[in-house]
Design a protein. Structure first.
Length: 308
């Protein structure tokens, strides 16, 4: 029976066969081998199997695998000893919400009972990420989401940036302002007080509940966390850079779904790492930054030794 591991093994076999054909040894040099050396047929087969590995409807839980430079999966990614599960869309667990106090600027019934109570609304000014229009549209979230899942696997490769550390890399050239897909995770209340690494590194904010009624003249809109610590999309592994080439953007798909997407802020060339700016909050702790950008706000090494 086909399962994720079975497809992984098939991909390993294809990779090994290709390496024998081209007589390439193991080790670091492998990273330099580009797609160019793979026949179109092999590339097609690899991509179709990768899609199946992540998106086959029959798989109950799907885990992430990190990939080599040609996007072949190498092994399951673990975080604190546990595999990370794919969340095609935001998940909701009522237990996280029951004992929470209703936040200010929340205009729905409390507590929320499902993901739709939180993200099943749209905000006036938002653009639809499916049709790119600001006007009322009939785009379907589920349909967009399904298409985007496959697109993400084709656009982004998850690879090691250091031992046990991962990042997202462009599998093709990406355009200005291109939407790369949804940032998903568990919908959880904002944490009060001291925040852990997970609260900033793997979480992003999204507005929650119905938009502020017109009768409420001024004020804000309550937000919650999209927490991708244990489950999420590929974008969970986006690393921080003080000179980031992508950002998170709020918007909607159709008239019943609020979404948070990853958007390119500049052209990103094939092979480049895709990065986000985690914001000031992330630097409050003792985190040092390894982005090596000349704009770095908190370099891990003295600036003078950073630039090659
Ligand atoms: Zn639309
Ligand atoms: Zn930096």
């Amino acid at each position: 029976m086909a399962d994720q591991h079975g497809i992984f093994l098939r991909l390993c076999h294809i990779r090994d066969t290709e390496e024998q054909v081209h007589g390439k040894g193991k080790g670091k040099g492998k990273a330099a081998v580009q797609d160019v050396r793979l026949s179109a047929g092999v590339q097609k087969l690899r991509d179709s199997l990768l899609g199946q590995m992540y998106l086959d409807q029959r798989f109950e839980t799907v885990h992430f695998y990190h990939q080599d430079a040609r996007s072949f999966p190498i092994g399951k990614v673990l975080f604190q000893g546990q595999p990370i599960a794919l969340a095609k869309k935001n998940t909701f667990d009522a237990a996280h919400w029951q004992k929470q106090k209703k936040p200010g600027w929340y205009f729905g019934t409390w507590p929320p009972t499902c993901a739709e109570d939180i993200v099943g609304f749209v905000d006036d000014k938002h653009v639809c990420f499916s049709c790119k229009q600001q006007e009322v549209c009939e785009c379907d979230y589920e349909l967009w989401m399904d298409g985007m899942q496959l697109e993400m696997v084709k656009t982004v490769r998850l690879s090691e940036v250091g031992p046990g550390e991962y990042g997202c890399f462009a599998r093709r050239d990406i355009d200005w302002y291109e939407n790369l897909g949804e940032y998903t995770g568990e919908l959880r209340p904002l944490k009060q007080g001291r925040k852990s690494l997970a609260d900033t590194q793997y979480s992003a904010h999204i507005m929650m509940g119905p938009p502020r009624p017109k009768s409420v003249k001024s004020g804000g809109q309550a937000k919650c966390n999209v927490d991708a610590t244990h489950r999420g999309s590929l974008f969970r592994w986006l690393n921080h850079s003080c000179n980031a080439n992508a950002r998170l953007s709020w918007g909607r798909v159709g008239m019943n779904r609020r979404v948070l997407v990853v958007e390119a802020m500049q052209p990103i060339l094939e092979g480049m790492e895709i990065t986000l700016d985690y914001g000031q909050e992330w630097f409050k702790g003792k985190h040092k930054c390894w982005c090596k950008s000349v704009f770095c706000k908190n370099p891990a090494q003295p600036r003078t030794t950073v630039q090659a």
